[in-house]
Design a protein around this ligand. Structure first.
Ligand code: SF4
Ligand code: SF4
Length: 197
């Protein structure tokens, strides 16, 4: 599959997830605490490079891919938190993400999707803040269990994502190395094609 098709395929999964998450949120009223970006400031966010392929492609299209990669490898090389997280941005947009539109799958599933446990029940992948804000959704009552079943199941998005590119999705990396790998992939792809021409 050529690069642009891979990017399109990833974005298609993201759009589907956005619709499914929206439906779940409308049905339950589940929403983040206003101005909260706590989950983006965690130091242990893991993602696959493929999740950030649309981000890397967008950086390439806007002529910023090399500069971003350089920054990640130098100034941000010791950074444990996501390099796209900004406290300043937190006041302006969702989650404090500098490139919210191109965030990874992990950023999209957290808080609003579920995993299926061995006993078949759905467990929401959520933070303490959401649990405290929406106790009725997490109180294990029949009503709450019914609502949780409406949550998009994360694996239903991870599996089709992995089928787009095995190599770029086989390994979960800390978020910044995952972004670097995605940028490297896009830059190498176009460098090779330019040389060929
Ligand atoms: S998922 Fe939780 S930690 Fe993350 S922004 Fe929403 S409320 Fe905050
Ligand atoms: S890419 Fe954006 S949404 Fe995802 S962890 Fe980083 S700052 Fe948060």
């Amino acid at each position: 599959m050529i690069l642009t098709n891979k990017v399109r395929a990833v974005l298609k999964i993201y759009r589907k997830l956005e619709i499914d998450t929206g439906l779940f949120q409308s049905a339950t009223g589940l929403s983040c605490k206003s101005g909260c970006g706590t989950c983006c400031s965690y130091p242990d966010i893991y993602a696959t490079p493929l999740e950030f392929l649309p981000y890397a492609f967008h950086q390439y299209q806007t002529g910023k891919a090399e500069e971003k990669m350089e920054l990640l490898k130098t100034e941000f090389s010791e950074l444990k938190t996501c390099s796209l997280f900004s406290h300043r941005q937190l006041a302006l947009g969702p989650g404090g993400c500098l490139d919210y539109e191109f965030r990874g799958l992990v950023c999209r599933v957290f808080g609003f999707s579920s995993m299926i446990l061995k006993d078949g029940s759905h467990s929401l992948i959520a933070c303490k803040i959401l649990k405290e804000k929406h106790p009725a959704i997490f109180d294990h009552s029949e009503n709450s269990l019914e609502k949780l079943q409406m949550a998009p199941v994360a694996a239903n998005y991870y599996l089709p994502l992995a089928s787009i590119d095995y190599e770029l999705s086989e390994k979960q990396l800390p978020v910044n190395p995952a972004i670097i790998k995605a940028l490297e992939y896009v830059l190498a792809y176009y460098c090779y094609r330019k040389k060929k021409r």
